[in-house]
Design a protein around this ligand. Sequence first.
Ligand SMILES: NC(=O)c1ccc[n+]([C@@H]2O[C@H](COP(=O)([O-])OP(=O)(O)OC[C@H]3O[C@@H](n4cnc5c(N)ncnc54)[C@H](O)[C@@H]3O)[C@@H](O)[C@H]2O)c1
Length: 314
Amino acid sequence: MKFNLLITGGLGYIGSFTAKNYLKKTRKKLTVVDNLSRGNLFAKKYSSNNILDISNNNLKKIIEKKKINTIIHLASFTCVRESIRKKNKYLKNFKSQIKFIKNIKKTNVKYFIFSSSLSVFEKNKFKKNLSPYSMYKLKIEKYLETLSSKNFKVIILRYPNIIGSDPQGELGEKNEFISRIVPIFYKNLLKMKKNILYYDYNKKIYPYRNYMHVNDIANINLKVVENLDKFKNNYQIFNIKNKKEYSNFEVLDSLSKIMKKKPLIDLKQINNKESINQVINSKNDILRIIKYSLKYKDLKKILQTNLKWFKKIY
Ligand SMILES: NC(=O)c1ccc[n+]([C@@H]2O[C@H](COP(=O)([O-])OP(=O)(O)OC[C@H]3O[C@@H](n4cnc5c(N)ncnc54)[C@H](O)[C@@H]3O)[C@@H](O)[C@H]2O)c1
């Protein structure tokens, strides 16, 4: 199928890498919509941008004019912990996403790829006590299922924790609104400040997460689009993960060794809406379907790619 692609949230972290890789592959700028609530203008050189909320009715006109038939939907607020503190903000963002999806259904879009999250899980089962962030991801998944048909195929990609930067320092994550694990550890190590490590005092365990390099997830997004005709069902869900899980302690330890700085640590009880271990096993079927093998499997290697970018922005 010849696809005309639009990415929502294309000025954000994952969106900007997806746009950059698309430009590298095709020499064309892909169409992006982002309201810049969290994104960065430095990413605008990789795409053709529309600074707009996804719920804006004008988006429908852009989609029609550009004959968009495929969407990767990344635009969202993205932080589990922030969503527990700022419930209304996340509810409003959820409502924007629902309005956007309703508007899309009135267009000729045939493929809709939704970035969900492994944070809906605790040890491979749906977590009962979900944060608003993860709850809305599941609600959108379910809503999309009700809309899916042979003329509106839905592919759900449940991402793991995405980290890393362009190793040459050209692009990376910059988000002043939320505390992301690697940037916050980097800044604390640099300034010899204490690192808060969330910990479950009852189970005596650090939380484990699955980490994937941002370039790998950007490549996966594009490979899914290139291989759309291989996705036969109207609605399909994929859990995407790297080889191994790591605890927050291991992430800090590994980064501190790379930076040759001794970490200062404060333990804090983890909120029970957060998972201790999201996935314990899951087949990476999607990688087989799109014939992609991950470029970054080792945590240390992923963390090392941050150094040039972080030096530039912090
Ligand atoms: N980064 C991760 O570790 C991770 C893990 C699992 C899932 N995800 C999902 O991947 C997607 C992208 O995440 P990211 O890390 O790039 O986040 P990000 O915050 O860097 O990017 C999201 C972008 O969406 C934009 N946006 C938000 N609400 C919008 C709206 N209503 N209208 C228009 N634009 C809007 C923001 O300005 C931002 O540029 C999100 O849906 C997130 O939930 C991310």
